[in-house]
Structure formats: structure tokens, C-alpha cells
Design a binder for this molecule. Structure first.
Ligand SMILES: CCCCCCCCCC/C=C/CC(=O)SCCNC(=O)CCNC(=O)[C@H](O)C(C)(C)COP(=O)(O)OP(=O)(O)OC[C@H]1O[C@@H](n2cnc3c(N)ncnc32)[C@H](O)[C@@H]1OP(=O)(O)O
Length: 284
């Protein structure tokens, strides 16, 4: 209630860029009054690891942007090196059972909200985007990336089966053969490789340029009837959405079984440690 009152006040404000930031600030929303395009920024320090709260916040922000009839949604990060480090591994290592369940449900919700989003969506990938980070980038309709970053689904490298929504995203973006190989090998691509295979549409040298490119992409729909555009998008995605709904419950149970497996727990512990060790080495 408070939130919508606050929003309506902001909407009337005559600023060029109005902010619809959520109270927790794990994501922020800025709507450009000139273009009507909303920029949704991931803002969980230090590396936008997707925990329950960030995913919940993302879901609310996506809904807010849709409800406020923005012309398009640009997803980006406040960190200048990392778009998103993917799922928060701490939510999966020695997990709290209820939180782990919630984590996966919220991830599914975010995927669903973006995959079926009525608005044109674009990702300004201003940093590393492994696994869940790649999921957020590839669920969008257009991607632009900064140089010297990496993107991909590294799940199989970690002994994890990539869930079906990773496959849907890749099949939307890459030729089937490339999608299958990248997913089954857990390939991480440099920005330049990503451009070459079509995983990203463009490479630019700054975040500002990335946002401009995303705006230009969304502007290509300016003269298209919004309902026709949205229904055409839904038509393309309907079969995936149907399959997702059919398999959603099973996918959740598979995730829970997977992370609760002792071998998976051991692997996660080692992996988390190696990430921490990397920082210790850098400090030496
Ligand atoms: C058929 C159906 C089957 C269903 C079965 C499904 C099973 C699915 C399993 C779950 C799917 C998971 C998908 C995922 O998203 S898993 C996450 C994968 N992510 C990664 O591997 C990223 C690892 N991180 C990095 O590569 C780097 O950190 C970075 C993102 C490139 C950033 O590098 P940078 O140098 O800037 O930062 P640091 O490496 O120093 O990291 C800073 C601190 O953050 C910690 N860290 C890093 N990544 C994570 C993470 N994903 N979760 C939690 N914590 C993370 C790192 O240890 C540092 O911590 P410290 O400050 O305490 O040392």
C-alpha cells in the first residue's frame, strides 16, 4: 500500500529519470521519462549472487515495471565487473531446507517472469555472467556485453545438470548444435567468443554505451503495435512455457535431491573454498 502510494508520487514527479527503487535496494528501477524504458539494476554486493532475497526483489521489480507500463526493460548490474555470479552457492551448501526450496521456486519465478514478459527485454552485461548470470542475460531478447568478461553455463563443469530453462534460453539464441555442445561441456565464453557465436548481439566499451544499445534495440519496436508484438513473442515461447509448467514441480524436486546429495555437498564445499582461496592468493 505504502509502496504504491510512493510510486504514484514518483510517477508524477517531473524528473527525466524517475526511480522506483525497492526498499531493500537489492535491485533498483530507473524509468527514463523520455523513452519510457525501465532500467532494472542488480545491486547485491559484492557480486550479485542470487540468493532468496535478491530473487524475490527481482520478481517484485519485474512486476512493478510491467504494471507501470514501461516501454521496455533493460537488465544490468551496479557492479562494474560482475553482472551476476549466478546462484548464491551459500544457499546450496549445507542448506536450510526451506530456503533451498524457496531459492529454486524464486529462480523459476524470475525465469518465468522474464521469459513471458510482455515488454521487450534487453541485457546490458557489464561484467562476468556465469551460470545464473547467463540465465538472466539469455532470457532477455537482446544482449550487449563489455570486453574482457565471460559468459556461459558452467554447470556441467561443476558436475551439475543444467536445468531445462537454460536449454530453452540457449536454443532461443544459438544454433541447436552450438547450444547443445556449450551446455553439455559447460563452456564459458569470452566476450569476443560470445559475439562470434551469437550469444551476445554486440560488444561496447562502456556501460553507458551498453545501455544506449539496449535502448536502441527496444526502440526498434516503437512503431509496432504493442499487443501484436507481445502476442507474437508469447507464440514463439508458448511450447517452452508449457513444458516448463509441466516439469516445474519435478525440476524443483530434482534440484533439492541434487543439492542434498552428499557428493554434491562435498563438491560444493571444495568449490566454495577454492573461490575463497583465490581471494587469499590475490592478497599475497
Ligand atoms: C533435470 C533437472 C535437473 C535439476 C538439477 C538442477 C541442479 C541445479 C544446481 C544449481 C544450479 C546452479 C546454477 C548456478 O548459478 S551455480 C553458481 C555458479 N557460479 C559460479 O561458478 C561463479 C563463481 N564465481 C566466480 O567465478 C567469480 O567469483 C566471479 C563471479 C567471476 C567474480 O570474481 P571476483 O574476482 O570479482 O570476485 P571473487 O571471486 O573474489 O568473489 C568475491 C566473493 O564472492 C564469493 N563468491 C563468488 N561466487 C559466488 C557464488 N556464486 N555464490 C556465493 N559466493 C560466491 C567468493 O568466494 C568471494 O567470497 P569471499 O569474499 O568470502 O572470499
Amino acid at each position: 500500500m505504502m509502496r504504491s502510494k510512493f510510486l504514484s508520487l514518483l510517477i508524477r514527479a517531473p524528473s527525466v529519470c524517475r526511480s522506483m527503487s525497492t526498499a531493500t535496494k537489492l535491485t533498483t528501477i530507473d524509468v527514463n521519462d523520455k523513452t519510457g524504458i525501465a532500467t532494472l539494476t542488480l545491486n547485491r554486493s559484492p557480486i550479485n549472487a542470487l540468493n532468496v532475497e535478491l530473487l524475490q526483489d527481482l520478481n517484485e521489480s519485474i512486476k512493478e515495471i510491467e504494471d507501470n507500463k514501461s516501454r521496455g526493460l533493460i537488465l544490468t548490474s551496479s557492479n562494474d565487473k560482475v553482472f551476476s555470479a549466478g546462484l548464491d552457492l551459500n544457499e546450496m551448501y549445507r542448506p536450510d531446507k526451506d530456503r533451498a526450496r524457496l531459492l529454486w521456486i524464486k529462480l523459476q519465478d524470475v525465469w518465468l517472469a522474464l521469459y513471458s514478459c510482455d515488454l521487450p527485454t534487453a541485457a546490458a552485461i557489464n561484467g562476468y555472467a556465469p551460470a545464473g548470470g547467463c540465465l538472466l542475460a539469455t532470457v532477455c531478447e537482446y544482449r550487449v556485453m563489455l570486453p574482457k568478461c565471460r559468459i556461459g553455463f558452467n554447470e556441467t563443469q561443476l558436475g551439475i545438470v543444467p536445468p531445462i530453462f537454460c536449454m530453452f534460453n540457449f536454443l532461443n539464441v544459438l544454433p541447436r548444435r552450438v547450444a547443445e555442445r556449450s551446455l553439455s561441456q559447460g563452456q564459458m565464453f569470452t566476450t569476443e567468443q560470445a559475439l562470434q557465436i551469437g550469444l551476445v548481439d554486440d560488444v561496447v566499451s562502456s556501460k553507458g554505451e551498453a545501455l544506449d544499445k539496449c535502448t536502441k534495440f527496444i526502440d526498434t519496436f516503437a512503431k509496432v503495435n504493442p499487443l501484436a508484438r507481445s502476442l507474437a513473442k508469447q507464440q514463439f515461447r508458448a511450447a517452452d512455457l508449457q513444458r516448463f509448467q509441466t516439469e516445474r514441480a519435478k525440476d524443483l524436486e530434482s534440484f533439492l535431491a541434487f543439492i542434498n546429495h552428499p557428493q554434491m555437498q562435498e563438491g560444493l564445499g571444495i568449490y566454495l573454498n577454492s573461490l575463497k582461496k583465490k581471494q587469499q592468493l590475490n592478497a599475497v
